[in-house]
Design a protein around this ligand. Structure first.
Ligand code: UDP
Ligand code: MG
Length: 138
């Protein structure tokens, strides 16, 4: 069993897609082990995207992710990290296949609805950044 940090970004919440996104993970058979609605602080957003701090889009990305509420979640299941990434779809819109969340609902490189951890190390870091131990189910 593996756990992954998943976040509906502000555009996804604003577009009323949180339910549709949660439904897809539930339908796939993943188990929800934590969920909360939060407006990220700049500090949290910068830490979350620290790996991109040198990129030209970093400032705009932090502005975007702090622009409104996000749905922060942890999902559990077999190979949950790779499975969720597959369901989310590629970052580059032309590579986000129809049938994936991004491929079905967005063609914007930045406002792409959802974040999912990309490896066990980042999943652990992101779960610890967004949730306290007590907010996760056993
Ligand atoms: N992003 C962007 N322009 C780029 C690359 C990324 O605006 O050229 C944004 C986009 O919102 C993306 C996030 O930065 O989801 C993090 O980028 P990453 O490459 O980690 O993509 P992800 O893991 O979300 O698919
Ligand atoms: Mg990433």
């Amino acid at each position: 069993m593996e756990r992954t940090y998943i976040m509906v970004k502000p555009d996804g919440v604003a577009r009323r897609l949180s339910g549709e996104i949660i439904r897809r993970f539930e339908n796939r058979g993943l188990r929800l082990v934590a969920l909360k609605l939060v407006v990220p602080t700049r500090e949290t957003a910068e830490a979350h995207y620290a790996v991109h701090s040198d990129k030209p889009f970093f400032g705009e990305l932090v502005d975007f992710v702090t622009s409104g509420p996000v749905v922060a979640m942890v999902w559990e299941g077999n190979d949950a990290i790779a499975l969720c990434r597959q369901m989310i779809g590629a970052t580059k819109p032309i590579n986000a296949t129809p049938g994936t969340i991004r491929g079905d609902y967005t063609c914007d490189m930045m406002s792409n609805l959802i974040h999912g951890s990309d490896a066990p190390e980042t999943a652990a870091e992101e779960m610890a950044l967004w949730f306290s131990e007590g907010e996760l189910l056993a």
